[in-house]
Design a protein around this ligand. Structure first.
Ligand SMILES: C[S@@+](CC[C@H](N)C(=O)[O-])C[C@H]1O[C@@H](n2cnc3c(N)ncnc32)[C@H](O)[C@@H]1O
Length: 275
């Protein structure tokens, strides 16, 4: 079957970003991983909980920075991403740091084809800018449920869909982000952008991407319909990256609104597979 256009275009875009991100220390700093001091940030660490000795599946792992930080903390990590250059870089980084982690190339929805270990993971971990690249939350939640062992849980730390309604490119007169994409549109957001969030100087050639702003209700209903139980749900006034020009950096490495907490910028949740 022919590969869907959304996936072909998104993969080309992500393949091109990998070498850029490997040389963008302001956003992807490899040094703490090399030094043995890498941390995931308070939101992701809190929702994951202690990881030592646990078997963790990290979906959309990019080039493995967070997965390898978890491996350093004693987790047995499997990272999956559809970008071959990302997985090549993750394997090289694991070898360089002497860390034992497994990295596999696969589209999220086809992970079962490369990972024949259903119901065997203590945690499925998904974070920061992952879900917007996926068209179908119900199918994604079924993948998560497929890999969790009974009693295990999904730890999700993500950008909140509410602020995705706005965009810095359509600024208001007071410098705040302007209206951009309706929250309940449920239509693909097709963009043509040459810039990269991690390196302002980079210019992409595979510019066209297909993204989806999923309402929270679609994400939560997908998880419930996949047989998972929502154990924890929090909304936060910070997010892991500079989602809008006006956001300011916090002491813990995240970004917040400059003045008031207008909208949540991220959320985190745990959804467990009943034992
Ligand atoms: C913003 S990054 C996620 C960052 C990640 N949380 C980390 O640890 O660095 C999004 C990732 O999703 C991957 N991706 C996008 N669509 C995908 C798909 N359909 N299947 C698998 N990976 C995908 C991209 O290759 C990219 O590495």
């Amino acid at each position: 079957m022919a590969e869907p256009e959304w996936r072909r275009r998104n993969r080309a875009n992500w393949d091109e970003r990998v070498p850029i991100h490997l040389n963008a220390p302001a956003v992807y700093n490899l040094q703490p991983l090399r030094d043995g001091t890498a941390r995931l940030g308070p939101i992701a660490e809190t929702v994951l909980g202690p990881v030592g000795g646990l078997k963790i599946l990290h979906l959309q792992c990019h080039f493995g920075l967070d997965g390898l930080a978890l491996a350093r903390q004693g987790a047995r990590v499997t990272g999956v991403d559809f970008s071959q250059p990302a997985i090549d870089a993750a394997r090289a980084l694991a070898a360089e740091c002497g860390l034992d982690a497994r990295f596999l190339v696969s589209d999220v929805y086809e992970t079962a084809a490369v990972l024949p270990e259903p119901a065997s993971f203590d945690r499925v971990f998904v974070s920061w800018g992952a879900l917007i690249w996926l068209p179908d939350m119900a199918a994604w939640a079924r993948v998560v449920a497929h890999f969790l062992k009974p009693g295990g849980y999904l730890a999700l730390a993500e950008a909140h869909p509410a602020p995705y309604v706005f965009d810095s490119a359509t600024k208001t007169s007071d410098g705040m982000p302007g209206w951009f994409h309706p929250y309940l549109a449920r239509t693909p957001l097709i963009e043509d952008r040459t810039d990269d969030y991690a390196d302002p100087g980079a210019r992409l050639t595979n510019t066209r991407t297909h993204e989806w702003v999923h309402p929270l209700s679609d994400i939560l209903t997908g998880l419930i319909d996949a047989g998972l139980r929502l154990d924890r749900f929090e909304e936060h006034d910070t997010v892991a990256w500079q989602m809008f020009d006006c956001l300011v950096r916090t002491d813990t490495g995240g970004y917040r609104w400059p003045d008031k907490p207008w909208l949540p910028l991220s959320y985190s949740l745990r959804a467990s597979k009943p034992a």
